[in-house]
Design a binder for this molecule. Sequence first.
Ligand SMILES: [Fe+2]
Length: 430
Amino acid sequence: MTEPAGSTGGIDALSNSGGPVWPAEGWSRVPFELFCDPHIHELEDERLFRGPHWSYLGLEVELPEAGDYTTCYVGATPVVLVRDEGGALRGFVNRCAHRGAEVVRKPRGNARGFTCIYHNWSYDRAGRVTGVPWEKGRAGVGGYDASFDKSEHRMQPLRVASWAGVVFGTFSDDALPLEDYLGPAIRERLSAVFARPMMLTGYQRHTIRANWKLLYENSRDFYHAPQLHKFFGAFGIVQPDQQARAEMWHEGTHCLLTIYQDPGAPRPRIRLEEPRVAAFRTALPDNIAISIVGIFPNCLFTLIGSAFSIRQFRPKAPDRFEVHYTYFTYADDPACLREHLFQNNQFGPAGYVAMEDAEVVEKLQARIALGNGKGASLVAMDGTDTTPDRIDHMVSEANLRAMWKGYARFMGFAPPDDPTAGPVAGRPER
Ligand SMILES: [Fe+2]
């Protein structure tokens, strides 16, 4: 499970391998090494995905009935989320307690229990062993000896908790309570969005040939939105002068990014034969045009107009990760559903907006990998500090710097202003 706080094993190994060293300029530089070093990729699995952080697992609306289940990954670890007969949500590692085979083989469904195909060990909805073939032997021979107690065996559980119907899991006993982990701004936003009954509208997934952190960073990067995403400007959805805000939490690694509606009329530069493709109807009675909630380390929750999506990140290698989308809308709002179906194509593998982000991070990765990760990116807009936990305009990279500082802290990397400091590990201080 989690390394005890203060353990330096992984960091020592990294130091011995020569990295990482944060550039002396500080948090306004991000070493390219972070995006291509296999040691860092492994350490992320230990320190972030299996460390004291909560990872998004699914939505309660996906699991309305007892026995409903869905599968996902927390970092490299395959996980099953199930609703048990008492209505509680259970999570466990999808690995047989006998020999380690995959047990749950469908991505989602409903089941009374689960059976491993190899030797047919069976499990209940909480992942506890309920049946072992030939446990007492057969025809008077073989079987397990009297000391074998199948109730002592189970698939490894993880802690599960939810807020406003959004379900998270952690392997660590040191993770903060989920409410504290999410922080007030994200709690309030999720509660506002999920205040009405939701309806699932579908799933999509794709592989991006880049490091997962490039897209996580991209999600809070105001600067690129009007530059890269011409769709926004062409149809008057986002102008660079619109009011915007970023609120950070969890040492800067979470970010609630809000772009408010333009108080003037939309200023589209192009008119379409089917205007609903770029129509803009907000789902909530507020003046927010776009909100993007980044919940470190694996979740992006996006609302553009009335189109909702959740992206779950599944890192596979330093230069490859999968993005799994879950789409949903309000069950009690037919107009919202109709608009959602048109606006939905901003996300996903071929989304007007998300496709550009996926392509751009692949282009970054290809160049970052040149020279074995030597060099660093520049995030120096709006000063070089990381102090604010809130910024109120789009012309800034302060929230990117805050993210990298928090990431470095959780990974145990020495800060650039004090390279002699020992590694920091374990639970964040508040
Ligand atoms: Fe983008």
